[in-house]
Design a protein around this ligand. Structure first.
Ligand code: UDP
Ligand code: MG
Length: 337
């Protein structure tokens, strides 16, 4: 049948797809970025499917395979050929969680789009509550973590400090203890798709966008299988992207440090001159080398962080590259980069 034909794997370059109408619009798109999640992917799929089947919503389940090197791609393919709700975007390599979310959002057709992790830390059952809030007229429903289970003290502590620091120094109101698990309305999804920045902190971008937002609270489960795919390095990158994208505080701080050190230097110099009427050259040099060089380097580091990001924006590279698409009736390439 047409359906079976349409379900065969389509590459974004094949033209057989022109025989079909655009993807049937659905009520809800669920975007799940996955990176090396072979142990859990099947279970995640089943739980989401159960939840969706208990409702009467039309839906699509969009897995974004972020360059997994284990059996994730094969497992996803097996799921996709059996279930017409499932669509897959296979990246050409590991581009990172935020880019996988972006790809999912660009390919989603739903009137509402839910983003959730693939390790079942975000309970799919909460989607129902999110949908209710959405029906009440909210355009962004984010899930706020009351408690995080099964994560290391280090992770909990760094995350907690990070959210609070970010909250203090950013110009937009980014809710604390909130990850990327959220529902956004089509309107908000379209806005995010228009934002081309290369260093993406999607939570911040959603906050920046505004619209009617509300929270639902939940207890974050522990990961059901496998290890975290967020290395310390990836966490650091995400937090630096978040701060530089949404705050000019570090630049201001650099300027303050510079001004303060200059002031301290002058006070020091004058007090020595007044007290001793002379200053040894060694004393002077030590002071200059330690304090001023430190300040200059600190300021340069901060500026460098912003300049590097400007450079990345100017390069204008695409956010991600897709190797193949599966399960789409019409492979859409929405982004024109
Ligand atoms: N993930 C991804 N690309 C990456 C890292 C993670 O798509 O480079 C996915 C991962 O498979 C999971 C989600 O993003 O579905 C959240 O990652 P993880 O659970 O490892 O982070 P944590 O919950 O430990 O913060
Ligand atoms: Mg996780």
């Amino acid at each position: 049948s047409d359906d079976v034909f349409a379900r065969t794997i389509t590459q974004s370059t094949t033209n057989q797809v022109h025989a079909f109408a655009a993807d049937v619009p659905v009520q809800l798109s669920i975007v799940v970025p996955v990176y090396n999640e072979e142990e859990i992917i099947e279970e995640t799929y089943l739980r989401i499917k159960n939840v969706m089947e208990s409702t009467n919503e039309s839906y699509e389940l969009l897995f974004v395979n972020d360059g997994s090197r284990d059996g994730t791609a094969i497992r996803l393919h097996q799921i996709c050929v059996k279930d017409q709700h499932v669509k897959i975007i296979n990246f050409s390599r590991n581009f990172g969680h935020q880019f996988a979310i972006s790809a999912g959002m660009e390919h989603a057709t739903g009137d509402a789009v839910v983003v959730m992790d693939g390790d079942l830390q975000d309970p799919p059952e909460l989607i129902i509550t999110m949908m209710e809030k959405w029906r009440q007229g909210y355009q962004v429903v984010y899930a706020k973590r009351l408690q995080r289970k099964g994560e290391t003290m280090f992770k909990k502590w760094t995350a907690s400090v990070f959210y609070r620091v970010l909250h203090r120094i950013t110009d937009v109101e980014i809710p604390v203890d909130t990850g990327d698990f959220r529902l956004v309305d089509r309107k908000v999804c379209d806005v995010l798709n228009l934002m081309e920045e290369k260093h993406r902190f999607i939570r911040g971008m959603v906050s920046w966008a505004g619209f009617r937002q509300t929270a639902v609270e939940y207890v974050r489960d522990s990961r059901q299988a496998g290890q975290t795919k967020y290395s310390a390095k990836k966490m650091l990158k995400l937090s630096m992207d978040a701060i530089t994208s949404f705050s000019h505080f570090p630049v201001k701080l650099a300027a303050y440090i510079g001004a303060l050190s200059l002031f301290a230097g002058l006070v020091y110099l004058f007090s020595i001159l007044i007290l001793y009427r002379t200053i040894s050259s060694v004393e002077l040099l030590t002071f200059v080398v330690f304090i001023l060089c430190g300040c200059i380097l600190a300021c340069m580091g901060v500026l460098g962080g912003y300049v590097r990001r400007i450079y990345d924006e100017v390069k204008g590279r695409p956010l991600y590259l897709i190797d193949s698409l599966e399960g789409f009736i019409t492979p859409q390439v929405n982004h024109d980069c």
